[in-house]
Write a protein that binds this ligand. Structure first.
Ligand SMILES: C[S@@+](CC[C@H](N)C(=O)[O-])C[C@H]1O[C@@H](n2cnc3c(N)ncnc32)[C@H](O)[C@@H]1O
Length: 405
């Protein structure tokens, strides 16, 4: 597969996905999952990849998205099999995370973060004694399933769970599956981070079951909350920030979450941490509930906003930006003068500078002055960022004090 100059430069800077428009020429026949050679116009090897589509579908334009995923940028294939390369890399990634002590204050971590770990299309999260994987790459899927028993040992877990139910898989025509593939048959466990415990239900929970990516920011909230504070956690999921705030000493914590089943899990987490009497969750749409709280004249010492990604593609950038402005504007009205505002965005397509600008503009329109307590924060080290591959960086979190001007 010969790719154009732009793709060549992107791959040299760490990108590992080949998109259909970048393909200049294809030689030979292949099916999804086969190993293909990705090269420049002059025949220089850029890496070996798993085909994501057949040669026919690429030629006919029936496969418009990612058509190949490079798993071997170093050219170790064919001396080493794809299985050996992938398995050894997973082993390395786990070892490396232990080496950098990402689990110092917690017993969960993302072990494999797709392209950022040179395992494109594969996610593996380890929750205490249970690991869960997700993939949109047929070849990766086959390798993980072939070596499921071995992975129990590599990842030091009792269960390996397959959570392959993404919309992307459906679009790609891949089977949707949720099941234990090795070890003890179960789908939940308990994790601990900065002394706070959470039930993780990988089968029913969102994504792989728990948002590991906010772990450091949740720990920071626990550290910054003071005895007696009143805290609001908007888009609270199973109570992540809310329960950290309560454990940190908050007198009253209010969470807002759209789904009642999730709120049940959040209450269970509050009970697990013995803070049930100080935490309550409102079920419903955050935008409407924020307005209602403001009408009632409610004020909080700390307000946390961690919405779902409002920008899901480049085409929706402007609409997503408006949603960020709107929700930040609404939430800022509830922060007490001198209070703390923590606001996040997990949208890949929203640039960090644009996010800061949107939040600043929302504050300005409210007649508020923000001061950031340090630089923009982001994802933890188990979600590494490859400089030169913007797709690997997505999480942004501003911690700021709020003052009336
Ligand atoms: C990124 S997650 C929050 C993760 C959480 N802060 C944590 O640390 O685990 C976003 C949450 O917002 C919820 N949500 C999405 N749209 C919502 C809405 N309009 N109103 C309230 N909650 C919403 C989702 O169900 C999800 O639980």
């Amino acid at each position: 597969m010969v790719v154009d100059r732009r793709a060549r430069e992107a791959i040299r800077s760490g990108a590992l996905s080949v998109f259909a428009p970048a393909v200049r020429r294809i030689r030979g026949r292949f099916r999804p999952g086969d190993v293909v050679r990705v090269e420049t116009g002059s025949g220089e090897l850029l890496g070996h990849a798993f085909a994501q589509a057949s040669d026919r579908d690429i030629r006919s334009g029936r496969s418009p998205g990612i058509v190949a995923r490079i798993f071997d940028p170093r050219g170790e294939y064919p001396d080493r099999s794809p299985d050996e390369i992938v398995l050894e890399r997973i082993r390395e990634r786990y070892r490396e995370r232990k080496r950098w002590r990402v689990d110092r204050h917690r017993n969960h971590m993302r072990v494999v973060f797709s392209e950022a770990d040179a395992l494109p299309g594969l996610i593996i999260d380890k929750f205490n004694d249970l690991a869960v994987f997700q993939t949109t790459c047929p070849a990766m899927e086959r390798i993980v399933l072939r070596h499921a028993e071995e992975l129990l040992e590599i990842l030091d877990v009792e269960t390996l769970y397959e959570k392959n139910d993404s919309r992307k898989r459906r679009q790609l025509g891949m089977e949707v599956r949720k099941r234990t593939v090795a070890g003890e048959d179960r789908s939940s466990t308990i994790v601990e981070e900065y002394g706070v415990r959470f039930h993780v239900d990988v089968e029913r929970g969102q994504k792989t079951g728990f948002y590991i990516d906010q772990v450091e920011n949740r720990g920071e909230v626990q550290r910054l909350v003071r005895e007696g504070d009143r805290v609001l956690d908007v888009f609270s999921y199973v109570g992540g920030f809310a329960i950290h705030a309560a454990v940190g000493g908050a007198e009253e914590v209010v969470g807002i979450e759209k789904f009642d089943r999730i709120v049940e899990a959040a209450y269970e987490n509050a009970t697990l941490n013995e803070v049930r009497d100080r935490v309550k969750f409102l079920i419903g749409d955050a935008f409407a509930l924020l307005e209602r709280l403001e009408r009632r004249g409610e004020r909080f010492d700390v307000v946390i906003l961690d919405p779902p990604a409002f920008v899901t593609s480049r085409e929706h950038l402007e609409r997503g930006k408006r949603a960020y402005f709107d929700v930040n504007y609404k939430a800022l009205g509830l922060v007490r003068d001198g209070g703390l505002f923590v606001t996040c965005s997990c949208s890949h397509f929203l640039e960090p500078d644009d996010f800061v600008r949107i939040v600043s503009e929302a504050a300005r329109r409210r007649g508020l002055r923000l001061r950031m307590l340090g630089p923009l924060r982001g994802q933890p080290p188990c979600h590494p960022i490859v400089p030169g591959n913007p797709d690997t960086q997505y999480l942004k979190a501003m911690f700021c004090t709020v003052e009336r001007t």
